[in-house]
Design a protein around this ligand. Sequence first.
Ligand code: PGA
Length: 232
Amino acid sequence: MRKLIVANFKMNGDSEFYRSYIKNINKRLDKDTNFVLCPPFVYLSEFSKLKNKNAIGCQDIANIVNTKSTGQISPKMLKEFDVKYAVVGHSERRANGETDNLIAEKVDVCLSHEISPIICVGEPKKSSKIDYIINQVKIALSKNKNDSVIFAYEPIWAIGTGDIPTISKINKAIDLIKNTAKEMGANVQVLYGGSVNKENYIDLLNSKADGFLLGGVSLKVDDYIEIVKGCK
Ligand code: PGA
């Protein structure tokens, strides 16, 4: 299966940045390449110019479909902008108080509207037991699940630090996530995320990861395109 390469731009960029990024992607990546770009909500309109309509994602989604939800963005609104994927439960949101139960509600909202959730799980410290992630997986899938669910194994200690787990630790985490999901009735894909760059991704291709969730490196379009092409 082709690797899925997801760019999480976090709270970076402006209109000009996204316009030029999309121009580059349209010119240099095939329409059918397996990549996903997740900009902040306010720039989604720029992505109408992206040739690959399957490559549009976002960084969060509302946990309930109720118009009395100040500040939230509904799946219906996202679908107007061709959004096919939503990152859910990123550790930077969990650090702001997002709970496993809230994440389960967001997963349900995604799946009820044919949006694939990319659910982030990961242990807080390098010394933490890897079993930590089992509960995160179980609760995330407790309200709804199917085979379009994607997980991203993102150890918190590896995000933006340049420190990455060994291939064997990544494989162990991926097996745990896949087996836990399978026991609950879903065959999921699992990406790896945390300090992936254009040097280490080649080695990381030896892991069982079905693709990568990229943060910092995706801000340089040349590096992002190099990784996407290298994973083809
Ligand atoms: P990083 O971020 O690639 O900059 O470590 C990954 C992420 O937070 O998803």
